[in-house]
Each structure stands twice: as C-alpha cells, then as structure tokens.
Ligand binder design. Structure first.
Ligand SMILES: [Zn+2]
Length: 368
C-alpha cells in the first residue's frame, strides 16, 4: 500500500473540498523512476520493488520514494480525491547539486528537467513542471531556465542557499533578476540544512532546520537589499508558510529600530516588503494559517501540500478548506486565485473529475 493513499483515506483531519472552488497546489515534488549516472557524489537509485525506489547518497539510504513521485496516473487519482485541479511539480532538493562543478550541475539539471517533462506529459495543464538550475553559476542558471521555459516548464524551484551564499549573493540576485525579466515564478525551498548531533535526531533538520532556513532566506531578501534591487515584478514564493518568518516579524521590526546600526541595511522598514512575496499554506494549523493571512497578506498565501512526502498535507489544502475565519472570496483566493497570480495563469482549469468545481469556476475567475 502506498503511504500517500493510506493517508488520503484515513486522515482524521480530512475535510471535503470547498464546493465550487478549484484548488491549485504549488508545492509538490517528483522523483523520476530512474535516472542515468549523474557523476560522482550524486544520488543513485536502488530499485526496491516495481513501485519503490531508495534514493542512495554516498552509499547510504537517503529516502525511500514510491510511484506517486513519478506516475502521473497515481498523482492524478490523488488530485481527484483531494479536489486538486493542478499541481506544480518541482524537483526534490537532494538533486540540486549546487556544490558540483558547473558543467556537471548543468548536465544534472538538464537530465532531471527533461525527465520532469516526461512525468508531466500525460496531463498538460494539470501537472505543471518547475525546473531546477545550476544556481552556483548565474549564466548557466539563466540559460537552463530559458531552455526549460521554452520546453514547457512553468517556473523554477531554487534551494534557499548556495553553500554559504544566501539569496542576497550577487550571482543569485542576477538569476532572480533574470527570472523576473522572463516572467518566471520562483519557488524557494529550504535544503541542505546544518547538521550536528543536536539536529540529527527527531527529524530536527526538517522540524526546526527547514523553518529556520526559510526564515533566514526571507531576511536575506529584505536586509540583504534584494527586494530593493530586483524588479518589483519578481514573483517569488517561500515554502512551508515562509518558515518562522511571520511569527518573528515583530522581533525583526524591533531589532530594525533598536539595532539599526547592525541590521538597518534595507532601504525601508522590513514590513514595507510584505506584499513582495508569497508563502504556501502547508502549516497544518488554523492559527498559523491565520497569522500568515494577517501578516503576509490574504493575496499572498497559496496552497502548497509537499505532496507526496510524509510531512505533507493530505488532502491538499485541508487547512484552508477548514479555516472558519476565511470568507468565501478569501478562501477562493488562497485555494487558487493567488496561485494563478503567482504562476501567471490566466483563468481556471477544467474541474478535476471528482470535484464539483465546474459550477463555481466563475466565482474564482473574477479573483485571479
Ligand atoms: Zn517540499
């Protein structure tokens, strides 16, 4: 039995999809069923069963993944069960390869990005691939992004740092500027979390490390002056509700006033930059979602699920469907309208087979 299917049918938190409103899930991942030799220090596949692959890193087990990572038919069935019209299908960060030499990282991106197109090919318009790029080299990253947009990718997923360089690194800023010029949405995912004996238990790298990493990345965008430098048209979204950023925005603001000698490095107060970025909704808690809506903005929160991984939300969008503080128009924005803005999509898609979305499609249409 696939874990994802089991969760979908047994989760006590499952809520029925909001009638009449389509759902766009901007945060899902793929892994190809197999991939060629990517060179030294890269993931390899150990085939467990027809439906399971163990991703191996340096001879050690990294993660067991199942056919919902690569099989469009299974993904579409899960989407129909959850009432999801479209999934953005992004790389799994272990393949980013930012520490490799540029030629090898470019080759890896090329291979994975083409495999992503194959995975999404059975459902154009419903499975929307995002590419990866060799972010350690802005020229190579820009070239691969252009190649992928021409080939059918809808945007790019990037890791939240390149080694010791954060998003305010000049090369990364050059890439973000190029993405803005191309109108390509950028999805930022935490990865490559610090390790230590204190962080290597209880999934602490995922439970504490990832939210901290994303918090730091948004700080880098603000205090590192990236929002001051890049075009305001840049559409950028941070995974996992933007990590711990929203909860600690007050602390940031206080520090900006009280210790401006150290952190007053942006042109304007940090709160000024709210409205420049999106966050996803995979926070599992109505209070946390409310904080995001109140802080980041009702027009800046999009559904993300982290499908098909165990720390993801099933059914996708549950916390948004169930949030009783949202009025119908705001809920529709979170479920799809904001994602259409982020992705640059024109209008609603055809409804998924099992969701009663067709009758209400017009409701969402006016909100995009
Ligand atoms: Zn994810």
């Amino acid at each position: 039995m696939r874990p994802a299917q089991s969760q979908a049918t047994e989760s006590p938190a499952a809520e029925p999809p909001t009638p009449g409103v389509e759902v766009i899930d901007v945060h899902t991942h793929y892994v190809p069923h197999g991939w060629p030799d990517l060179g030294p220090d890269t993931p390899t596949a150990r085939f467990e069963t027809e439906a399971e692959v163990m991703i191996m890193l340096a001879g050690r087990e990294f993660r067991r993944v199942a056919s919902d990572c690569w099989d469009a038919e299974i993904r579409l069935a899960d989407m129909d069960a959850d009432g999801v019209a479209r999934q953005v299908v992004s790389p799994t960060p272990v393949f980013f390869s930012y520490a490799h030499d540029v030629a090898q990282a470019t080759k890896i991106a090329h291979i994975l990005n083409d495999l992503a197109l194959e995975i999404c090919a059975p459902a154009p318009g419903r499975l929307l691939p995002m590419c990866q790029v060799p972010l350690q080299d802005p020229d190579a990253a820009c070239a691969e992004l252009e190649r992928c947009l021409a080939a059918g990718h809808v945007g790019v997923e990037i890791g939240n740092h390149v080694g010791d360089h954060d998003l305010d690194n000049e090369g990364v800023v050059t890439f973000l500027q190029h993405a803005a010029a191309l109108g390509a949405p950028v999805f930022v995912h935490p990865w490559d979390m610090p390790t230590s004996p204190r962080l290597d238990r209880w999934m602490a790298q995922w439970l504490v490390g990832m939210p901290s990493e994303t918090h730091l990345s948004i700080l880098a965008m603000i205090l590192g002056g990236v929002f001051d430098r890049v075009d305001e048209g840049l559409r950028i979204c941070f995974a996992h509700g933007g990590g711990s950023f929203a909860f600690w925005l007050g602390r940031l603001g206080n520090a900006w006033h009280r210790r401006g000698d150290v952190i007053g490095t942006s042109e304007l107060h940090p709160e000024h930059y709210l409205g420049r970025f999106y966050v996803d909704s995979v926070v599992f808690d109505a209070g946390a979602l409310r904080l995001l809506v109140d802080t980041i903005g009702a027009d800046r929160v999009v559904v993300g699920s982290d499908y098909p991984y165990p720390l993801g939300e099933r059914p996708a969008g549950s916390v948004v469907h169930a949030a009783d503080f949202l009025d119908a128009a705001t809920r529709a924005r979170l479920l799809a309208g904001n994602a259409r803005d982020f992705l640059g999509l024109a209008g609603p898609t055809a409804a998924p087979a099992t969701a009663p979305a067709a009758a209400g499609a017009g409701l969402v249409e006016g909100l995009g």
